[in-house]
Design a protein around this ligand. Structure first.
Ligand code: HEM
Length: 520
C-alpha cells in the first residue's frame, strides 16, 4: 500500500510519510496547525528536503533545503511560480486580481510591472521617508513618557500601531488617532483577513464539500470581511476622486493607482476592483511583516545580552550627540544589519513563504512533480539547513560580518522575502522601516525585563498565520539614556574612532548627494 501511495502510476514522487486513503495527510495538518513550519521541518528531517504530501485532492510538495529551494525558485522558477486558488485569499483578492494571490498569467505579469515601476521603486520608498521618520520619532516620544515611570511597554502593540500608521499615511494620506475607534476597526479588519488566509476551508481540498464551509459559518465570515474591506476601500477611493479634496504634499498610493487607472497606458484595462485588490496587498503585506520583524529582533536581542550591548554600542557611538537616528544614519549600522539577517535566518517572518502552485509537470532530482502541485518552501527550515549553516541553532550575527550572503533572493540559504519571479517586491519598503525603528529603539533606551521576569521567560511561541507573530506580547521596560553621557563613558580611543568613522560617512553621503547618486 505504501509503495502505491508513493508511486502514482509510473510517476516517482519525492518521499513522504504514508497518508490515509482519500484525506491523505490532511489529518496531520489539522493536528498540528499552530506552527506548521516546525511540524513540516521535523517531518523533512525524516523524509528529506523534497517531501511529498497530499492534502485531500491536492498533491503537495515541501521544500526544506537551500539546494532544493534553488532548484525550485531559480532553475525551475517558471514551472513553480503560480499561486493556488484557496478560498480565503481568492475572495479577499477580488478573485485573484491582486499581485500576491493571482495565478501566473499575462495579467499577473502586467500588474506586477505596474506595481514594481510605480509603487515599490526606490524613488517612491524615498518619497515616504519623512512619514517613516515622523512616525518613529512619535513612537520614541511615547516610549519616553512611559519610561519615566518605568512602566513596561507593550512593544508588540506599539510596533503594530507604528507600521499600520505608516501604511495608512503612505496608502491613503490619513493619520488615525492612537486610541481612536477608526484605528482599532482597521486593526480588527487586518487581523481577521490574516486569520482567514490560513483558515482551513475543506472545499480547498475537496471541492465538492463546499456545503461544510457554509454550515461551519466560514463562508459567511470571509464574505463579511470582504464587504468591510470593500466599503473601506470604496470610501477612500471616493474621497480621492472628489475634485474638492485638498491635495497633500506627496501623492499617496491611492493617488498613484487612480492616476494609472485614468491614464490607461497599460495592456490591461484597470478597473476599480483591480485597485482595491492591490490596496489589499499593500495593507496586509505592508503592516504586520515589518512589525513582526522588529519584535523578533528585539526578542533575540533580549535573549542574547552580548548582542544587544554590541548593537547599542554601535548605534550610540556612531551617532554622537544627535537626537534621532535617520535613514541615512542606519546605512552605517553594519552590526544591526547583521542582527536583522540573523533574526530572519532563525525566525523567517513568513516561514512558509506564500504558497505556490506548479504550472506544469516538472522533474527535480529524479522525482516527478505533477502539474497543479501545492508547494511550500520552508524558509524557516532552510535557515537551519546544516549543509548551509554552521551551528545553525546559535544566534550569532557575526556570521554575516564580511559575508556576502544577503536576503535579496540570490542566496538560497536566506530567503525571508522569497526569490524568483514571485519574490517580495516590498522588500526595500519593509527593510527601511525595520532598520529605522530598531536603530532608534536601541539608541534611545536600555531595555530590561519587567519586574519578576528574566530572559529565560521569553518564548518563541507563534500565532498561526502567513506572517508569524509572537503569541505572547513582548513587554519590556525602557530606560531612556542620554547619548552625551554615554559617549563620555566610552574609552577615549573608541569614541574618537567612532566619531571619525561617522565623519567619513557623512563626507561620503555629502559627496553622493552632490553627484546625485542617492537620488534613487
Ligand atoms: C519585513 C517585511 C516583509 C517580509 C518579511 C516580506 C515577505 C514576503 C514573502 C516571503 C513573500 C512571498 C515571496 C515568494 O512567494 O517567493 C512576499 C510577497 C509579497 N510581498 Fe512582502 N514582505 C515584507 C514587506 C512587504 C511590504 C512592505 C510590501 C508592500 C507594501 C510587500 C508586498 C508583497 C507583495 C505584493 C507580495 C506578492 C508578490 C507576488 O506574488 O508577486 N511586502 N513578501
Amino acid at each position: 500500500i505504501l509503495l502505491k501511495h508513493r508511486r502514482n502510476g509510473s510517476i516517482l514522487l519525492p518521499p513522504g510519510p504514508p497518508g490515509l486513503p482519500l484525506i491523505g495527510h490532511l489529518h496531520m495538518q489539522m493536528l498540528d496547525n499552530s506552527a506548521p513550519h516546525i511540524f513540516l521541518w521535523k517531518l523533512s528531517q525524516k523524509y528529506g528536503p523534497l517531501m511529498s504530501l497530499r492534502f485531500g485532492f491536492r498533491p503537495t510538495l515541501v521544500v526544506s533545503s537551500a539546494k532544493m529551494a534553488k532548484e525550485v525558485m531559480k532553475t525551475h522558477d517558471l514551472d513553480f511560480c503560480s499561486r493556488p486558488t484557496l478560498h480565503g485569499s481568492y475572495k479577499l483578492s477580488y478573485k485573484g486580481l491582486d499581485l500576491a494571490f493571482s495565478p501566473y498569467t499575462a495579467y499577473w505579469r502586467e500588474i506586477r510591472k505596474i506595481c514594481v515601476v510605480h509603487l515599490f521603486n526606490s524613488n517612491r520608498v524615498q518619497l515616504y521617508r519623512p512619514i517613516r521618520e515622523d512616525e518613529v520619532s512619535r513612537l520614541i516620544a511615547k516610549i519616553s513618557k512611559l519610561s519615566v515611570d518605568s512602566k513596561p511597554v507593550n512593544l508588540s502593540e506599539a510596533m503594530m500601531c507604528l507600521t499600520s500608521t505608516i501604511i495608512c499615511r503612505v496608502g491613503f494620506g490619513k493619520r488615525y488617532e492612537d486610541e481612536g475607534t477608526e484605528r482599532s476597526r482597521f486593526h480588527e479588519m487586518l487581523n481577521e483577513a490574516q486569520a482567514l488566509f490560513v483558515e482551513f476551508f475543506i472545499s480547498d481540498y475537496f471541492p465538492f464539500m463546499n456545503w461544510v464551509d457554509r454550515i461551519s459559518g466560514l463562508l459567511k465570515r470571509v464574505e463579511k470581511n470582504f464587504k468591510e474591506f470593500d466599503t473601506f476601500y470604496q470610501k477612500l477611493i471616493d474621497e480621492h476622486l472628489d475634485p474638492n479634496r485638498s491635495k497633500l504634499e506627496q501623492e499617496d498610493i491611492i493617488d498613484v493607482l487612480l492616476q494609472i487607472w485614468k491614464d490607461r497606458e497599460f495592456a490591461i484595462d484597470l478597473t476599480i476592483d483591480h485597485i482595491k485588490a492591490v490596496l489589499m496587498n499593500v495593507f496586509v503585506a505592508g503592516t504586520d511583516t515589518s512589525a513582526a520583524s522588529v519584535i523578533w529582533v528585539m526578542t533575540f536581542l533580549m535573549k542574547n545580552p552580548r548582542c544587544l550591548k554590541k548593537a547599542q554600542e554601535e548605534v550610540r557611538s556612531l551617532m554622537g550627540k544627535k537626537d534621532f537616528v535617520n535613514e541615512d544614519d542606519t546605512q552605517a549600522l553594519t552590526y544591526l544589519k547583521a542582527v536583522i539577517k540573523e533574526t530572519f535566518r532563525l525566525q523567517a517572518i513568513v516561514p512558509l513563504l506564500v504558497p505556490r502552485e506548479t504550472m506544469r509537470k516538472s522533474n527535480i532530482s529524479g522525482y516527478e512533480i505533477p502539474a497543479k502541485t501545492l508547494v511550500y518552501v520552508n524558509a524557516w527550515a532552510i535557515g537551519r539547513d546544516p549543509e548551509a549553516w554552521e551551528n545553525p541553532e546559535e544566534f550569532y550575527p557575526e556570521r554575516f560580518i564580511g559575508s556576502s550572503i544577503d536576503y535579496k533572493g540570490l542566496d538560497f540559504e536566506l530567503i525571508p522575502f522569497g526569490a524568483g519571479r514571485r519574490g517580495c517586491p516590498g522588500i526595500h519598503m519593509g527593510v527601511v522601516t525595520v532598520e529605522l525603528a530598531l536603530a532608534n529603539l536601541l539608541y534611545k533606551f536600555d531595555w530590561e525585563m519587567p519586574t519578576g521576569m528574566n530572559k529565560e521567560d521569553l518564548d518563541f511561541d507563534v500565532i498561526p498565520g502567513i506572517t508569524t507573530h509572537k503569541k505572547n506580547a513582548l513587554c519590556l521596560v525602557a530606560k531612556e539614556i542620554n547619548a552625551a553621557s554615554y559617549l563620555a563613558k566610552l574609552p577615549i580611543s573608541m569614541a574618537r574612532r567612532r566619531k571619525e568613522s561617522f565623519s567619513v560617512k557623512r563626507f561620503v553621503t555629502a559627496l553622493d548627494l552632490i553627484c546625485g547618486a542617492r537620488a534613487h
